[in-house]
Structures are given as structure tokens and as C-alpha cells.
Design a protein around this ligand. Structure first.
Ligand code: URA
Ligand code: SF4
Length: 227
């Protein structure tokens, strides 16, 4: 007799674990999972994923990490070299700057959830291809559905254009849409989206660095009012 585990969410957003026990007569059971257990199950699927060609060149997939009960999610583009080596999001130079921005806004990394649109590193850090985004984003969608954040901060144009498309908001360019709050509905959840530049852009552009600092200061002031 073999057991197969599959996780899913029901229309009320509850995490369900389906256990298929293959006997002569298939039997289906279900149990409610905690947010952490469900996120861990998604992470296990990501780590073993071979759905798009990026799995071939990765060292480690990077599912994302942070508090499963956070009111805030930060979404970047895709892992870089150090993230690929460690299997953790935003641990390179851009990640160090993100840590600084978070602490200036009054949060620690452990208080928020950080992930990316695409979970495996594209070769030579090229931007992810539309087909890779399309194949990988069901993982991001399910992470959003499990965490149910009140606030999503999109970092850079890829993450912003993906989240805007989910919210049916028109995306022009990151420069035009950044630094503002957008109250919207995504995956049936009422929440606020706040787009800003990608922290990596600050590493080569001092002007973007100042804008990012101002955007995070604004976030730090706005967020205590969100509940
Ligand atoms: N850039 C990203 O978009 N994500 C990471 O995790 C690291 C760098
Ligand atoms: Fe799977 Fe996403 Fe990695 Fe492609 S990028 S192999 S879809 S986890």
C-alpha cells in the first residue's frame, strides 16, 4: 500500500491536506493544516520542481521565507547567485540593502514574508522569461492565498507587473506606478499593493537608493494604520 500527499486550499482559504491511500478501494481523507505546515508543503514542492527549464541550472530553488502569519509580503524578481547557493531569498547585496530598508521602516526580516515571482535563478541573472513566470507563479499565488497578507510590497517591474495583472490594474512602468498605495482584490483577498524599485537598482543608481529609502519610510508610517 502506498500513500500520496497533496495539499490544496478550499474556497474559504483553509489549507487542506488530502491523503490518498491506495488500497483496493481508494480512500480520501482530509485534515486542516496550519499556515506554516501548508507553506512548508509548498516549499517542498518548489524544491523538487522541474516544471520549467530553470531547474536544470539551479543549485537550490528558493521558495521564500519569513513569518507565515505576517500581514506583509515582499515580492522580488528571481534568486541571484548567492540566493541560489543558499536556497534563501535576498541574502546577497540587494538583500543587505533590503534588510536596512526594513529596519528603517521598523520591521525585521522575521516579521515579514519575502519571496520572488520565480523561484529558481535564471542563468547569468537574466530576467525571467514570460513562460517561466507563467509556469512558476502558481506557487506565488498559493503562498499569497495561505498567508492572506494585508499588504504586498512589489520590488521592481516584474513583480509589480505580475501583481498588477492579478489585480486588473494597468501597469505602465515601475517609475510611473511606484510609491503609491493601491487598494485592490487579488485571489479573492482585499489588500493594498505598494510598488517600489527593486533594491538591486539602488546598487548602481544613487537616485533610486534615495527613492527607495523614502518609499520605505512612507510604508513604515502607513502600515501601523493597516489592520
Ligand atoms: N533579487 C531578487 O529579486 N530576489 C532575490 O531573492 C535576490 C535578488
Ligand atoms: Fe519550478 Fe519555478 Fe523552478 Fe521553474 S522556476 S523549475 S517552475 S520552481
Amino acid at each position: 500500500m502506498s500513500k500520496k500527499w497533496k495539499t490544496s486550499i478550499n474556497p474559504r482559504g483553509q489549507a487542506l491536506r488530502f491523503i490518498r491511500i491506495e488500497t483496493e478501494r481508494p480512500l480520501i481523507e482530509s485534515a486542516t493544516l496550519s499556515k506554516k505546515e501548508h507553506l512548508d508543503a509548498v516549499a517542498s514542492e518548489v524544491i523538487a520542481c522541474t516544471k520549467c527549464p530553470l531547474w536544470k541550472s539551479r543549485k537550490n530553488a528558493v521558495p521564500g521565507e519569513g513569518s507565515p502569519t505576517s500581514r506583509m509580503m515582499f515580492i522580488g524578481e528571481a534568486p541571484g547567485a548567492l540566493e541560489d547557493a543558499k536556497g534563501e531569498p535576498f541574502v546577497g547585496m540587494a538583500g543587505k540593502f533590503l534588510d536596512t530598508l526594513l529596519s528603517q521602516a521598523g520591521w525585521s526580516r522575521e516579521q515579514v514574508f519575502i519571496t520572488n515571482v520565480v523561484k529558481c535563478r535564471p542563468p547569468r541573472n537574466r530576467p525571467p522569461k514570460p513562460r517561466e513566470i507563467e509556469t512558476c507563479t502558481p506557487y506565488l499565488d498559493i503562498q499569497i492565498s495561505i498567508i492572506r497578507p494585508k499588504f504586498i510590497v512589489t520590488l521592481g517591474s516584474h513583480s509589480t507587473s505580475y501583481v498588477f495583472s492579478k489585480a486588473m490594474l494597468p501597469f505602465t512602468s515601475i517609475t510611473q506606478v511606484r510609491g503609491k498605495t493601491y487598494k485592490t482584490t487579488i485571489l479573492g483577498l482585499r489588500l493594498t499593493v505598494f510598488p517600489t524599485f527593486h533594491p538591486a537598482s539602488a546598487l548602481y543608481n544613487p537616485e533610486y537608493k534615495e527613492i527607495l529609502k523614502r518609499d520605505f519610510q512612507l510604508l513604515g508610517k502607513k502600515l501601523p494604520k493597516m489592520s
